[in-house]
Design a binder for this molecule. Structure first.
Ligand code: ATP
Length: 379
């Protein structure tokens, strides 16, 4: 058995090893390997049907595995039924007992474990303070807002001191503003209580806002694991690049590779030198794609003179003012239209770009070296 390391060491608390779950011909979870570190906020992120919930249910013990093993602190969970596993789950539909008060809802699991009354009172009080529901003990679920109910559901799971808390789209039923507020609360709560959170979501922003690390899933497989920055800024596949946000994917060819950097010629565009990610293999003359996020690009009326910038003449096709930023579509670089976003600057008429309109010529500008190399045939 692994020794139990203190929180925040990066040591694994949960290992999912080559785990598969099939439903008839559907492979919901397909040979997944994952390592979740003690004390981290880890998200499973992917489109609907990619297998997130099934993976969570395998960990909780609600589904049997077809292959593989799942180890918690080095112990194989396989032989343990759900109620013997030191994990708890918070669901989107939090299913509080409507006839029980907030106190009794939270105390329920402790009472089932025959915890002595004084300890029940102390632990329920502590956890209600943690989720900021002190003073709500006597309320019934029907007398609570959606956010408060979700906090009771969290308290009900946390009071049992699980070694991992599994959260299946717990904010999915809340309206947008409340959802964003609860994201901040949930992250703060996780930091304070130090429990490892395994969070399922299909919402990229939610995963980025809260997670220490994220696993992106597609069709039952883990396609990339990393911090939010890794996954958004350094996607390894076209699928991840597109799934994580707007992206321009430009066809290019490799002309040279020196010291881990590739010199690539963008089709109908300039030659650029960009790093070759460790995870992909590229060869001379290989067709690749260069991914540039819209916010990495800018428009300028003149080509930049200083070194360190790449630029290319383009024609403005569309311009949309979106409040915090203005989005432009331009043509002339690569075969498709390129999208870019520029922060709004007050539009006081001092910025020459304020006058740029569809049909006008301009220069597309970005920092040399920016861009992510992707194998052209993946995703
Ligand atoms: P969502 O975000 O929509 O909840 P998900 O990523 O959580 O999706 P799962 O619910 O894990 O995906 O489903 C993965 C695949 O397995 C889907 O194709 C789904 O239809 C299928 N599936 C899940 N549970 C069952 C089941 N009990 N019987 C048959 N097929 C199932």
């Amino acid at each position: 058995m692994d020794h139990v390391a203190p929180q925040g060491t990066g040591a694994a608390i949960l290992r999912v090893e080559s785990t598969t779950r099939r439903f008839g011909r559907i492979v919901a979870v397909d040979h997944v390997d994952l390592e979740i570190h003690r004390g981290e906020f880890f998200s499973l992120l992917g489109p609907s049907g990619c297998g997130k919930t099934t993976l969570l249910r395998l960990i909780a013990g609600f589904e049997p595995l077809d292959t593989g093993r799942i180890l918690l602190d080095g112990v194989d969970l396989g032989p343990l039924p759900p109620h013997r596993r030191p994990v708890n789950t918070v669901f989107q539909h939090y299913a509080l007992f409507p006839h029980l008060s907030v106190f009794e809802n939270v105390a329920f699991g402790l009472r089932r474990r025959k915890t002595p009354d004084p300890e029940v009172r102390t632990r329920v009080a502590e956890v209600l303070a943690l989720v900021r529901l002190h003073g709500f003990e006597g309320r019934m679920p029907a007398q609570l807002s959606g956010g408060q109910r979700q906090r009771v559901a969290l308290a009900r799971a946390l009071v049992l001191k699980p070694r991992i808390l599994l959260l299946d789209e717990p904010l999915g039923a809340l309206d947008h503003q409340l959802r964003v507020r609860m994201q901040v609360e949930l992250k703060a709560l996780q930091r304070v209580c130090g429990i490892t959170f395994l969070f399922v979501t299909h919402d990229q922003n939610e995963a980025l806002a809260m997670s220490d690390r994220i696993a992106v899933l597609s069709e039952g497989r883990v396609v990339q694991v990393g911090t939010g920055e890794d996954i958004y800024e350094r996607p390894r596949t076209e699928f991840v690049a597109r799934f994580m946000g707007a992206s321009n994917l430009l066809a290019a060819r490799v002309h040279d590779i020196v010291d881990g950097r590739a010199r690539v010629a963008i089709r109908q565009g300039p030659e650029c030198e960009i790093p070759v990610p460790e995870a992909i293999r590229v060869d001379l003359d290989q067709d690749v794609r260069v991914m540039l996020r819209p916010e990495w690009l800018a428009l300028s009326l003149e080509a930049p003179r200083e070194p360190g910038w790449a630029s290319w003449p383009v024609r403005v096709e569309e311009r949309h003012f979106l409040g915090a930023f203005t989005s432009f579509s331009v043509s002339g670089l690569g075969e498709d239209v390129v999208e870019l976003n520029m922060n709004s600057n007050g539009h006081d008429g001092h910025d020459p770009l304020d006058t740029v309109r569809p049909g006008d010529p301009a220069f597309l500008v970005w920092r040399s070296g920016l861009g992510v190399l992707l194998a052209a045939d993946d995703g």
